[in-house]
Design a protein around this ligand. Structure first.
Ligand SMILES: C[S@@+](CC[C@H](N)C(=O)[O-])C[C@H]1O[C@@H](n2cnc3c(N)ncnc32)[C@H](O)[C@@H]1O
Length: 295
């Protein structure tokens, strides 16, 4: 082929089309492999626990309000690549995609049930806009491409080692990339913890890590973040009925506690906790963090 022919506009356009198509197919294969096989991706020996995705999505969770707050704090042009850490059933992933008409979301979670619900919710979204990844966040995360922003709602307290977690998140962010997240902080769910102690049951804090704002800012700095702001915000969340409250306790607040007691005693344990709380209310304390990966 002569040099002139190789550089002919139609031949260049064809070559570009073939390259784009090959890239698209390769990405689809990666997407398909990740969606259908979690075995290669989840590396830690103690696999993340499963969640009751159907009940989770049926409840009027305070997480919806928290998610809207974190999303509103994230400046986006619309063409960025954003990581949703602990994406769950994809409520915020869907809202993120609306803010990213030319962008891409990588939704990572350790629960197959939550990811299945997320995929159902976002069934019409193609692999050019969305990657779903089943991974254990207690292990370092690896992505094919760095992201422009890390977004997370109600997840980071489930990962006990924040030093490693923030290093892992910094590792997937491009230099200058943003972190916007919220999660449970020191003093979280204190009214429930007090009742669990009275009943001689394991505390929520035994399965989660509720850090202070100061500890979080120090760990973000150590992991290579700059422009760090961390605030601690107390706020109660109420359920509308006793039935909803018990479902909320079972599938969200006490989920890890219940894993550690015999299956036959779980229902009664939830009833005992609910009965000892004066109102169907959880006293939450949330950490809200904003930071930038140092260049
Ligand atoms: C309370 S849900 C929050 C989900 C979603 N961000 C929302 O606001 O609705 C916490 C999520 O963290 C995920 N998670 C907890 N520990 C994890 C781990 N070690 N690895 C990966 N995901 C984890 C759970 O599977 C769950 O979907």
């Amino acid at each position: 082929m002569s040099k002139r022919w190789r550089n002919h506009p139609s031949s260049l356009a064809r070559a570009r089309k073939i390259a784009a198509y090959t890239f698209h197919i390769a990405r689809q294969i990666v997407h398909y492999t990740r969606c259908t096989s979690s075995i290669d991706v989840v590396t830690a020996t103690n696999r993340p626990r499963e969640w009751d995705a159907t009940t989770y999505d049926s409840l009027p969770l305070p997480h919806q309000r928290w998610g809207r707050g974190v999303l509103a704090s994230l400046p986006l042009r619309g063409d960025e690549r954003v990581l949703d850490v602990g994406a769950g059933t994809g409520r915020d992933t869907a809202a993120l995609l609306q803010r990213l008409p030319r962008g891409h979301v990588v939704a990572v979670d350790g629960s197959m049930a939550m990811l299945a619900q997320l995929r159902d919710r976002l069934a019409g979204v193609g692999p050019d806009r969305l990657t779903t990844l089943h991974a254990d966040l207690t292990a370092p995360l690896t992505l094919e491409e760095p992201v422009d922003a890390v977004f997370s709602v109600a997840t980071l307290h489930w990962i006990p080692d924040h030093k490693s977690l923030f290093r892992s998140l910094a590792g997937v962010l491009r230099p200058g990339g943003l972190l916007r997240a919220e999660w449970g902080g020191a003093g979280n769910v204190a009214n429930v913890e007090a009742v669990l102690v009275e009943l001689g049951l394991p505390r929520v804090g035994e399965a989660c890590y509720f850090a202070t704002a100061e500890q979080t800012a120090e760990r973000l700095t150590a992991a290579g973040f700059a422009d760090i702001e961390v605030v601690c915000v107390p706020g109660a969340a109420r359920m509308e009925s006793a039935v909803q409250f018990e479902a909320f306790l079972t599938s969200v607040v006490l989920s890890a506690v219940l894993d550690s007691i015999p299956a036959g005693q779980r229902r009664q344990a939830v009833r005992d906790v609910a009965a000892r709380l004066p109102e169907p209310q959880i006293d939450y304390v949330r950490l809200r963090a904003s930071a930038r990966r140092a260049a």
